[in-house]
Ligand binder design. Structure first.
Ligand SMILES: [Zn+2]
Length: 301
């Protein structure tokens, strides 16, 4: 008979966790990876209890989540009340944040909540596996805290891609409104965001059991085939179909992604290798940019 420990994780999929800064291409990377063999793209898994189960938002398969043939089935299996879901969402918010790892290490989160987090997340992975049969589960939640926490509850099963964007690229992209999903940020807010998120990413990277694969948005966009090959070598995920589609300029479609940027809602997604120009005018932006570059160097990113 299998021991309780084996029941926890044996035969379950590898988790490929995309952590990183916002607006750095996590949704497009998720869509490229979910086209890999035996892969399932679950999107930003931290938001599944809220967006899929509680709010019943639209999945990229066009069904509302309760009627989606993956999330609907998983929702039924969980059979949680509204209160239980809200409780789960709150625990997730505490642990999966930028500095969730500090909260966990310093004992700020109760043992009871840690146990619930573990039970619910393992159950979620198990149900995803039962519904999809996947060998690779792609989770693009981005938060460093989740990489740390998941690595603790499923040691050895979490493989992380640390996806960041150049300081100039981030400053540039945060100036633009992102069609109702995110508002533009002032340069000083981008700076604060960058310092906090990069530090959290660094801290998580140092503690993970499997060393993360570092990638930048610029690298992914300019050399997608190379980037896919790096991931293939690192995690053993077969991305031949993805590479062919990129080379033939074919169309991708997000399958069952519930939370992510607006790309997931498009019927036909074509990978474009053009970066565009980063326009940064004004003294404030130049000062912020130089501090961001300095911080990046300090953390050795
Ligand atoms: Zn769906």
């Amino acid at each position: 008979m299998a021991s309780a420990k084996e029941n926890n994780f044996n035969n379950l999929p590898k988790i490929i966790y995309i952590m990183g800064t916002a607006r750095s291409g996590s949704t497009i990377l998720e869509i490229l990876l979910e086209n890999g063999k035996y892969a399932f793209g679950a999107g930003e898994v931290i938001h599944i209890p809220r967006d899929a189960f509680l709010k019943n938002n639209k999945c990229s398969c066009c069904n509302n989540c309760h009627d989606c043939n993956i999330w609907g089935q998983i929702y039924k299996k969980f059979c949680l009340s509204e209160n239980e879901l809200t409780n789960w969402i709150n625990i997730q918010k505490q642990i999966d944040s930028h500095f969730g790892e500090i909260k966990l290490l310093s004992g700020l989160i109760s043992k009871q909540n840690i146990a619930k987090y573990k039970k619910l997340n393992l159950q979620l992975i198990k149900y995803i596996y039962q519904e999809t049969g996947c060998s690779f589960l792609i989770d693009s939640s981005k938060y460093a805290g989740r990489a740390f926490a998941m690595d603790k509850i499923a040691p050895g099963h979490v493989f992380t891609i640390c996806l960041t964007r150049s300081p100039a690229g981030l400053l540039h992209t945060f100036q633009k409104p992102n069609k109702s999903e995110q508002k533009p940020k002032k340069p000083i807010s981008v700076l604060m965001y960058y310092i906090v998120s990069l530090s959290a990413l660094k801290l998580a990277s140092l503690t993970l059991k499997n060393r993360p694969l570092y990638m930048t948005y610029e690298e992914l966009i300019k050399s997608p085939i190379n980037s896919m090959e790096k991931i293939e070598k690192w995690y053993g995920l077969d991305l031949i179909n993805t590479k062919i589609k990129i080379m033939q300029k074919g169309f991708f479609t997000a399958k069952h992604i519930v939370t992510g940027n607006r790309l997931r809602k498009q019927k036909k997604i074509q990978f474009k290798s053009s970066l565009g120009e980063y326009k940064l005018k004004g003294a404030e932006k130049r000062i912020v940019l130089s501090i961001m570059i300095f911080w990046k160097k300090i953390l050795n990113f």
